[in-house]
Design a protein around this ligand. Structure first.
Ligand code: FAD
Ligand code: FES
Ligand code: FES
Length: 1308
């Protein structure tokens, strides 16, 4: 809809499946009878265009633009620093804007709910929420400043001794914001209103190339259509049919759209409940049930409450706004959150087919155990009857998902019990589960058996055993999580048991009406078990950011040290920022789709492209014969593939759709080769490694082990991580037609390598290839060599066809092809004294490199160099080897091995704590670097600021008093536990060798005084261009507004190093400074002559005196080196320090957790831009939470990545950030090595996410101690709900693994 026809490119495409929210738009419809306009947000990627007939669509361009007027939402998102790479920003704007259209003063709960369906990989959400808060209604009992606008509109007057600078907590000023004025909004188009009012409703038929869309207006017509086309799906929200057609190749030549039929939209209040039309959206159902709950007595609304419980977290708002009740029921997915609760509650379906109407209980459709029952293909669902609950009836719904919001459930349940009047004797019981197997299932036998039983401990025990017998989960069908799902099955029932028990107790208390029992002795639920009856809720986080204010004597025009908005912030928020996919179509442009290997290790016997070449619009197919390294070529000319996802060939066609259709028709025959090595363990077994292996050693490790009091040994597995940059890999190659020149527009962190690889593929000198990068929609290390390969394929195709060729990877292909962070296994042996002093460490890191070396040896090296983290270990030996496996090659990723090796370190630190009985923070303190010292490779370091960060973090987080509170909480709560952990960090900065940190800049001054700046750094969200403009502004002493940055290009700055390793600002800043100083030196005589003149006067004069107004700047790089033979060197230039304290709460029954609070203190020298730097710390921290606690990659036994989109792979969303989140920059910190005493900050914060991992570990430890589980336990990363649940061993987990012989005790 957007890119080529109407050129509205603001709406972004991040996943195509409704899972990321980047494509959010606002739909407005007019209802002529009520004369009401409805506005709702929706994911454009799933909206069939035909469904929009008569509707108005507002994209981000319609909200506001720099050409007309920017909207307050756009302005505040940008000014509150809520955009980094900007790719998610239009979607964020649209979600907030739609909410404000419906409710100009929303509550913070509504705001949080509105953003649940929008993902951001850069910011960590805090600044986005800060922008949101400025629109929220302030409740009377809220502190206006700290609760809804926590950025604290004040400057803390505290002075520090060293610089006597003030500390500031203000990153933006609300004074600048335009007010929200609802009268200024776009009106609903009057012509659509007239159309809706005047045009009689008639059947609409839209015929496309391959499909016909029929939208009838009456039920009879619909039934006729369904009789004529029984196989045609009814499409309402398209959230089930759409993904099937897009991702699973299902094709429907005819689609029937029943949304306009009144009967399917009617809501009827009946005496015994509510009847809701099947086409009602889930949002509407949510609203109706919410109203009903406030209208009816509590006794009647138990079903409504239970359904509502599921609706709150089902999908995001964009999904709920379009997905229909009927669609959710009829698609009968096992992951339906509604079917179990609706079935358990005796809901009834009103069905119709031509000449026939009937009613069936919803549960009937699952009666055959495979969800295939009863409804014929000619039948349609007209409405659903949801009954009132009755006296003595209790209904509940439960779900556990990989993420609390916007994630399909792992297992869910709906449960209902009816008691004999005035007793606790079960009259009727109904239990349904979802997610467990391929459909919703009923625990029929269990329910029948329990009828007539009292609601007591014996019943619970029997129920759990019966449930486990009845709900058989075939290991292979579920593939995994079987034990977890079984545990949830019984844990949910236990929770239901407690809920009902609590209600029965209340009943006894209120009217003494239970006939069976002496009310005084009726147990109820003891206090310490009650907290588990409350689910975790997402609340608007409170946050504070603290940094050192600039020196009061600094010139007001000098922007360095100030929280300046991202240079492209407004462009991001208005959707005007251009990414590769937004570039206008080039005349005759073609599209590329890649064909990838489906085998992990195989010989390619044949590639049959004949059918693909016949496809419509197909131009050509690029193979290895076109001179590009795709599948590996052996010397005997045999093609082999060495991982699933390896590009075998690529189809060039006139459209993206045609290219993809043809790519699906390429037939490849394989001959599978042995061995297929997927895991680190298999690589070790086959001795499959990339050389060299690396080792570092200091002291005498073996001797030290002989003198220590204690030794522990263990290992930890750390999973990989997908970059999940919001903009997928993108390239546009445009042949210029002369001298073999080619422009390559590409989303990369390293244009020079792209230039080199493309030139090599085309066999032309590098001077013919111009790479251009305006901005990158997130990269995190993932847009380096892989991008080079993709760009080369596109360039070869462009060269071959002499046409421009565009390649934009789909999210699924991107995840399949590109690899990510290296999985690790860390094995350790640690020797220590009883007082906690660690004397000897011997560790080995095995790194899953994937199928090619890529940068894996470097990752291995960095992991060794940084593994000491903050600790001085006198005798230390560490090894690292990169395992060669048949997975896609893993690549650079923020932190580059440090987040993994330092997690291993922190794991053995906690292991030592466990063994000595001392607290982890004591072990950390005892072993921390304390005075000038040398690392294990003999580099000197001064840890003063490490200690300061640690102490400040201790103080700011009130660690010890909160730890006491946590212990107290844990004493009072059995099924919920809290945990707290504080972790220090030393993050060495450097790239190991001088040439990798060289940088250049080019600055032109034009005769009107404006300045065009460029340098070799890439803008991928980290604000580098903003900072470079700040540097140039200070150096040239002109306002930032006079300086412009256009693009990074190999044409203006040659041979630029990659923007990696947190080094961008450091090295390019030096180059920009150098260029500006050169210019200023040339201007100085003119300025001296006319000191009162203006900048423009001097420039004019310089031009007239023929003074060159263009200069390059250069930075040679840092003098860094490392001798791996000797195991010593100076690979780093300086060190960043930090500490983070996190507190969490876990639900021991489900493994779910909530991040309660995080306090971070970071030493980043003198920040050039505190808003940008704090944004980097928070964004990296939240990415770290993802790495260590949720992001889980899954492969099939054949090596196929199963997690290929936001549906299966969960990155942190708004619900995952700490409820209280504070970041402080260490004051009075200087760094003599980098520009303006700053420090490179891009990566360091990620590791601090492990404070959440260790807080979770603390909570689990507390559970295990309470339960007397004394044996040591190990936790791997990511520490998912599944692992937490398994570690909180109890009667339920024992029952599941078959060792629970003793009777369940009701209360633990
Ligand atoms: C990103 C995302 C997240 C999601 N998260 C969740 C979640 O957390 N929990 C959950 O339960 N679900 C979730 N879903 C699934 C979603 O709730 C369902 O896809 C949705 O409810 C289906 O409704 P629809 O109107 O979009 O169906 P459509 O895709 O339009 O149709 C679905 C099917 O139902 C049939 N159908 C529709 N209406 C009728 C009718 N009246 N009579 C007969 N047949 C009919 C159609 O023939 C079709 O086969 C998610 C989906 C997405 C895309
Ligand atoms: S692109 Fe539509 S939700 Fe991701
Ligand atoms: S700013 Fe949100 S994804 Fe980059």
């Amino acid at each position: 809809m957007t890119a080529f026809s109407v050129r509205l490119t603001g709406t972004k495409y991040g996943c195509g499946g409704g899972g990321c929210g980047a494509c959010t738009v606002m739909i407005s419809t007019y209802e002529p009878t009520s004369k009401k306009i409805r506005h709702y947000s929706a994911n454009a990627c799933l909206l069939p265009i035909c469904s929009l007939y008569g509707a108005a669509v507002t994209t981000v361009e319609g909200v506001g633009s720099t050409k007309t007027r920017i909207h307050p939402v756009q302005e505040r998102l940008a000014k509150c620093h809520g955009s980094q790479c900007g790719f998610c920003s239009p979607g964020m704007v649209m979600s907030i804007y739609t909410l404000l259209r419906n409710n100009p003063e929303p509550t913070s709960e509504q705001m949080i709910a509105a953003l649940a369906g929008n993902l951001c990989r850069c910011t960590g959400y805090r600044p986005i929420l800060d922008a949101c808060k400025t629109f929220c209604k302030v409740r009377s009992n809220d502190d206006k400043n700290t609760r809804l606008c926590p950025l604290v509109w004040r400057t803390v007057g505290k002075k520090n001794n060293f610089f006597s600078h003030k500390i500031s907590t203000r990153l933006f000023s609300t004074d600048e914001f335009q007010p929200l004025d609802p009268t200024q909004e776009l009106i609903f188009p009057p012509e659509l209103m007239r159309m809706a009012e005047n045009q009689p409703k008639r059947t609409l038929v839209f015929c496309g190339e391959r499909m016909t869309w029929i939208s009838p207006v009456s039920l009879d017509e619909l039934l006729d259509l369904k009789a004529a086309h029984p196989k045609a799906p009814l499409v309402v929200g398209n959230t089930s049919v759409g993904p099937e057609m897009k991702f699973r190749g299902v094709f429907h030549p005819i689609v029937i759209a029943p949304a306009r039929i009144l009967d399917l939209n009617v809501v009827t209040h009946m005496d015994d409940g509510l009847t809701l039309g099947a086409a009602c959206s889930l949002s509407l159902v949510k609203d109706i049930l919410t109203n009903a709950i406030s209208e009816f007595p509590e006794e009647k609304t138990k079903v409504f409450c239970a359904v509502l419980q599921q609706l709150r977290t089902l999908g995001g708002e964009q999904i709920r706004n379009v997905a229909s009740l009927g669609g959710n029921i009829i698609s009968r997915k096992s992951t339906s959150d509604l079917n179990p609760v609706l079935a358990a509650s005796n809901c009834v379906l009103n069905l119709a087919s031509k000449g026939r109407k009937r009613q069936i209980p919803l549960s009937d459709i699952f009666a055959d155990g495979v969800g295939n029952n009863t409804i014929t293909s000619e039948e349609i669902l007209v409405s659903v009857h949801i009954p009132h609950s009755r006296k003595g009836e209790y209904v509940s719904a439960f779900r556990q998902a990989p993420r609390r919001e916007n994630a399909l459930p792992i297992t869910n349940a709906g449960m209902r019990v009816l008691f004999e009047d005035g007793t606790d004797i079960i009259k009727d019981l109904s239990i349904f589960y979802g997610g467990a197997i391929s459909t919703t299932i009923c625990a029929k036998q269990t329910c029948w058996t329990l009828i007539g039983r009292h609601w007591n401990e014996q019943m619970l025990d029997e129920a759990c055993r019966l449930l486990l017998q009845e709900i058989a989960l075939p290991g292979s069908a579920s593939g995994e999580k079987v034990d977890y799902k079984k545990t949830l099955i019984v844990s949910f029932f236990y929770r239901f048991f407690l809920e009902v028990l609590q209600s029965l107790k209340k009943m006894v208390n209120y009217n003494n009406s239970l006939l069976f029992q002496d009310p005084c002795h009726y147990p109820g639920v003891p206090m310490e078990y009650r907290s588990v009856l409350q689910d975790f809720q997402t609340k608007m986080p409170q946050s504070i950011q603290i940094y050192q204010d600039i020196d009061p004597s600094q010139s007001p025009q000098d922007p360095v040290g100030r929280p300046i908005m991202h240079q492209s912030g407004i462009m991001h928020a208005t959707g005007e920022a251009v990414y590769v996919d937004d570039l206008p179509s080039v005349d005759g442009e073609l599209f590329l789709a890649v064909v990838t290997s489906s085998r992990a290790h195989a010989k390619i016997v044949s590639i049959d492209t004949s059918e693909a070449l016949q496809g419509p619009g197909v131009f050509d197919i690029i193979t290895a014969h076109d001179g590009i390294t795709l599948a590996i070529t052996h010397h005997d000319k045999v093609l082999t593939v060495i991982c699933v996802g390896q590009i075998v060939c690529a189809v060039v066609a006139d459209s993206d759709v045609h290219a993809k259709q043809a790519a699906a028709k390429v037939k490849i025959e394989y001959e599978v080769l042995e061995p297929v090595i997927l895991t680190i363990e298999e690589a070790i077994k086959h001795n499959s490694f990339f050389e060299p292996k690396r080792k570092l050693e200091q002291g005498n490790v073996d001797q030290a082990f002989e003198t220590v009091d204690n030794i522990i040994e263990g290992e930890i597995h750390i999973g990989g991580q997908e970059h999940f940059y919001m903009e997928t890999q993108s390239v546009l190659a445009v042949p210029k037609g002369e001298d073999k020149e080619m422009d390559v527009y590409v989303s990369t962190q390293h244009p020079a390598i792209i230039q080199e690889m493309v030139a090599a593929s085309l066999g032309v000198p590098a001077n013919r290839i111009m790479c251009h990068v305006k901005r990158v929609g997130g990269a995190f290390g993932g847009k380096l060599l892989k991008t080079g390969l993709l760009a080369s394929v596109a360039a070869v195709a462009a060269n071959k066809t002499s046409r421009a060729v565009r390649l934009i990877l789909s999210r699924g292909d991107d995840m399949l092809i590109t690899g990510g962070r290296h999985p690790f296994i860390g094995k350790y042996k640690v020797g220590f004294m009883n007082d906690g002093r660690i004397r000897a460490v011997d560790t080995k890191y095995y790194i899953n490199a994937g199928c090619t070396p890529d940068e894996s040896i470097l990752v291995a090296e960095v992991s060794l160099l940084k593994m000491d983290n903050a600790y001085k270990i006198p005798n230390l030996r560490c090894w690292a080897c990169a395992c060669k496996t048949n997975l896609p090659s893993n690549a650079a990723f923020r932190g580059f091995g440090f987040p993994q090796s330092a997690l291993v370190t922190e794991t053995w630190i906690t292991g030592v704590a466990d063994k000595t009985g001392l607290s982890p923070e004591k072990i950390r303190e005892i072993n921390m670097y304390k005075e000038n010292a040398q690392t294990h490779f003999k580099q000197k370091l001064d840890p003063q600021n490490l200690i300061r960060c640690w102490n400040e973090c201790m103080e700011k987080s009130a660690y010890y008093s909160r730890k006491t509170a946590v212990i107290e909480f844990n004493k009072q709560n059995y099924w919920k536990k809290k945990g707290i952990a504080i972790v220090p960090m030393k993050f060495p900065f450097g790239l190991g060798t001088r040439y990798l940190s060289q940088a250049a800049a080019l600055v032109h001054i034009y005769t009107d005084g404006s300045v065009l700046l460029t340098h070799g750094g890439i803008e991928m969200g980290q604000g580098i261009h903003t900072k470079m403009i700040q540097v140039a502004s200070r150096e040239l002493n002109i306002p930032m507004s006079r300086i412009h940055f256009c693009e990074t290009s190999t044409r203006t700055v040659p041979n630029a190093c990659a923007s990696v390793g947190s080094a961008g600002t450091d090295v390019n800043g030096m180059a920009v400074k150098d260029a500006c100083q050169t210019l200023l030196k040339r201007l100085q005589p003119i300025i001296n002559k006319n000191p009162k003149g203006t900048w423009n006067d001097w420039i004019k004069e310089a031009f007239e005196q023929s003074v060159s107004l263009s200069a390059t700047g250069y930075f040679r790089g840092y003098d860094e080196n490392m001798d791996w033979e000797k195991g010593e060197g100076q690979p780093f230039t300086y060190f960043l320090y930090g500490a983070a304290c996190s507190e969490v709460e876990i639900n021991c029954l489900t493994g779910d957790h909530k991040n309660l609070r995080t306090d971070i203190v970071m030493d980043i020298g003198c920040s050039i831009n505190p808003a940008v730097d704090i944004g980097q710390i928070e964004g990296a921290f939240v990415q770290g939470i993802g790495l260590y606690t949720m992001e889980e990659l899954k492969y099939s036994p054949e090596g196929v990545l199963c997690t290929r989109g936001p549906d299966q792979y969960k990155i942190p969303a708004v619900c995952d950030i700490p409820e209280q989140f504070s970041v402080s920059l260490l004051s009075s910190s200087q760094n003599p090595y980098a520009i303006y005493a700053s420090k490179g900050i891009g990566e360091a914060g990620l590791f601090l996410g492990c404070s959440v991992f260790f807080a979770l570990r603390d909570a689990v430890t507390s559970v295990r101690n309470e339960r007397g589980l004394k044996n040591t336990f190990s936790l791997n990363s990511p520490l998912t709900a599944e692992q937490i649940r398994a570690s909180c061993a109890d009667d339920f987990t024992e029952m599941v693994i078959g060792i629970g012989e003793r009777c369940l005790s009701v209360f633990g």
